[in-house]
Design a protein around this ligand. Structure first.
Ligand SMILES: NC(=O)N[C@H]1NC(=O)NC1=O
Ligand SMILES: [Zn+2]
Ligand SMILES: [Zn+2]
Length: 462
């Protein structure tokens, strides 16, 4: 039995307890009064009392690049999942690219599974990847239990994961129709001579962030999302836009969602959703110093006005979930040159505190955290009957969180492999005190507890 003066759900907070069964599932939610009478009636119930700490559903980070096997000097299952546990994340979903092989065939998925098994400290699910020519693999990967597929519309940054071409989109949508899977897009499309290289525009100083920002204008996102939206009327596939940076994407998606709802789509959010990431909600282009490529990601971090617009959409429930897009690399790929450096921000460990720091300052509540960081990603990944909330029948993936504590991001608190961060030496509000997966303690006050207890979220037999 977990006790707290502040049990948090999406819709309310109360003084009470969460009773967990021997399989690690939530059996009952109790008010303090009912806790007292149950404990009086039964004296063999083990009690874990968090006192005034908030008891919340564990975070689900649906967008993490683990990179194992193949680029394990960048990240790996042990370090990524330990960092996740320390950050109050109880499930991550591994992105299909940057590992070698990428998760683009059933065989490759099995290679990933073999690398991950026995190594994970939180539960791990998998995205499959879409590249030109792997259409025949998609149904097999759905049967194995991938949560969905991610494809790019522009260069992915790694050679073994080429992007999908416009001409292939129609076929892709029809192949996935009726499978119930999710089709997620990295939505950037090269427009008006934009390129990721120093071609076609003034690139005199590649050490300035403004040079990189100018090479990835909002139109790249808007055009990509408009193109994807044009396929929605003929399809029932759940479409998800990952890492939205340009706020203008949101109204385009809403129009597409409305169209689908009018056409009778009964799926979650009309089968059209979008996420944004902690870096777009915390950082702005104005503050990025020359040469500091730990801030480089794609799509890029935009200006403060854009950031505040994203927050407006969050307050109005016009975005669906928030993820980290933890995409680390070795330090040697993060030089002072924005045009050449690896694009990816490392943050898997800090998402909850990053979000809470900003959300609290804007008057949001812990229930909003559970909505965007737990329930939303659970829904996207088809895990809503298993994870993402404090509700009877779900896994007891729980955290004790101190919303009033703060800490400084320093190399010694970072558990992911390459200790690079745009948040280095900054103060974050809200501290994860303990993390439990399926009722078992995996992290407590700075320490990982015991060996890997995570499982892989796949269909039976995989
Ligand atoms: N290849 C890769 O991980 N790219 C990621 N990095 C990033 O900043 N956005 C991405 O999609
Ligand atoms: Zn991406
Ligand atoms: Zn990514």
């Amino acid at each position: 039995m977990f006790l707290s003066r502040r049990v948090v759900t999406e819709s309310c907070e109360f003084d009470g307890g969460v009773l967990v069964d021997e399989k690690g599932m939530i059996e009952r939610i109790l008010t303090r009064e009912n806790v007292e009478s149950l404990l009086t009636a039964k004296n063999n119930i083990k009690v874990i009392d968090g006192g005034d700490l908030a008891l919340m559903a564990g975070v689900i980070d649906s967008h993490v690049h683990v990179n194992e096997p193949g680029r394990t000097s960048w990240e790996g299952y042990v370090t990524a999942t330990q960092a996740a546990a320390a950050g109050g994340i109880t499930t991550i979903i591994d992105m299909p690219l940057n590992s070698i092989p990428p998760t683009t065939t059933l065989e490759n998925l099995k290679t990933k599974i073999a690398a991950a098994r026995e190594e994970v400290f939180v539960d791990v699910g998998f995205w499959g990847g879409i590249v030109p020519g792997n259409e025949m693999e998609l149904h097999d990967m759905v049967r194995a239990g991938v949560v969905g597929f991610k494809g790019f519309l522009a260069d992915s940054g790694v050679a073994e994961f080429p992007n999908v071409h416009k001409i292939e989109l129609g076929n892709l949508f029809s192949i996935l129709n009726g499978t119930g899977t999710v089709l997620a897009f990295h939505a950037e499309l090269e427009v008006n001579n934009t390129t990721t290289e120093c071609e076609g525009f003034d690139c005199s100083d590649p050490h300035l962030y403004s040079t990189y920002l100018a090479s990835h204008p909002p139109e790249m996102e808007l055009e990509a999302v408009s193109l994807i939206a044009s396929y929605l009327p003929q399809s029932d596939v759940h479409v998800h836009i990952v890492h939205v940076s340009a706020a203008g994407v949101v109204p385009i998606l809403e129009k597409a969602r409305l169209g689908r709802i009018h056409a009778g789509n009964k799926g979650w959010r009309g089968g059209v959703t979008a996420e944004t990431c902690h870096h777009y909600l915390t950082l702005s282009s104005e503050q990025i110093p020359a040469g500091h490529t730990e801030y480089k990601c794609s799509p890029p971090i935009r200006n403060n006005t854009n950031k505040e617009k994203l927050w407006e959409y969050i307050k109005d429930h016009r975005l669906d979930l928030i993820a980290s897009d933890h995409s680390p690399s070795v330090a040697s790929l993060k030089s002072s040159n924005f045009m050449e450096s690896w694009g990816g921000v490392s943050s898997v460990q800090f998402g909850l505190s990053l979000f809470w720091t900003q959300a609290k300052a804007r008057g949001l509540k812990l229930g909003d955290v559970s909505h965007y960081l737990s329930a939303g990603p659970a829904h996207l990944c088809g895990l809503q009957e298993r994870k993402g909330a404090i509700r009877p029948g779900l896994d007891a993936d729980l955290i004790f969180f101190d919303p009033n504590a703060s800490f400084v991001v320093t190399p010694d608190v970072i558990l992911y492999k390459n200790k690079i961060s745009p948040y280095m030496n900054t103060v974050l509000n809200g501290k994860v005190i303990q993390t439990y997966i399926r009722g078992q303690l995996v992290y407590s006050e700075g320490q990982i507890i015991g060996g890997p207890k995570g499982i892989l979220l796949l269909k039976d037999g995989y």
